[in-house]
Write a new protein. Structure first.
Length: 242
């Protein structure tokens, strides 16, 4: 992870920052440092102090739980609609999960100390973050229910649509092995489900790259969890997130 050569735009590419009033965003701007978020970069490790919060642009960062046997499962996904590190406000300045870049791109980061100072002003940023926390709680709870109750095909369809929405692209640079780790299932299960989707013309898969060809059919395949999470995200941002 290294500083990016570009400067933050006046209107942030990050939708959470862009939702702030101009004056509020202007106070944050001097503290925002452009960063390049490379594939598989770990921006936060479990139990380690959080020094910066991150606002992705086109990058996607997964918050994952690591079990004793080394297996992982994704709790939530953060793209340009959100931020990474907000959990530091709820406890001792650490996170119980690992935050890892799954799709590379850029973003901005801000020191936790500076961000806390703005949060404690109890202005629009404070209110926006409380709404974002509510969304994260709902997303995590719905994801847990989905992982427990729904089929691999339904879960994979939900996850692909979720990634596509937040990346705002039908082309997803993802391997089946990585998807299996995020969903907490065996790779063979992803291979079978992806094969079904490809045969049905919903996706095209080549090693390390998935292209969604038929959004509507994929939506018809997924469970209700996709729409529940998307509706909450639309409400958070005040418009349909697409």
């Amino acid at each position: 992870m290294s500083p990016d050569s570009s400067s933050p735009q006046k209107k942030s590419e990050n939708r959470l920052l862009a939702a702030l009033p101009a004056e509020e965003y202007g106070r944050l701007l001097p503290h925002l440092e452009p960063v390049s978020l490379s594939l598989k970069t770990i921006v936060h490790r479990p139990g380690e102090p959080i020094e910066h919060v991150y606002f992705p642009h086109r990058a996607l960062i997964s918050l994952v739980t690591i079990l004793e046997d080394g297996s992982t499962v994704e709790n939530s996904l953060v793209g340009r609609e959100g931020m990474v590190g907000i959990q530091a406000f709820l406890g001792n300045g650490t996170m119980p999960h690992q935050a890892i870049v799954q799709v590379p791109n850029g973003g901005v980061r801000m020191s936790l100390a500076a961000f806390k100072a703005e949060f404690n002003r109890n202005g629009p940023l404070h209110d926006l973050l409380l709404s974002y926390l509510r969304f994260l709680f709902i997303e995590t709870a719905q994801g847990n229910a989905c992982n427990s109750m729904h089929t691999v095909e339904e879960r994979l369809a939900r996850w692909l649509l979720n990634v596509s929405d937040r990346r705002q692209s039908n082309e997803l640079p993802l391997t089946q092995e990585f998807i299996a780790q995020m969903l907490g299932i065996r790779r063979a299960g992803v291979t079978v489900a992806a094969g079904i989707f490809q045969q049905a013309g919903m996706i095209r898969y080549r090693r390390g790259n998935i292209v969604i060809l038929d959004h509507e059919s994929l939506k018809a395949t997924t469970c209700e969890c996709y729409q529940v999470i998307k509706t909450e995200l639309d409400q958070l941002l005040g418009t349909e997130y697409s």
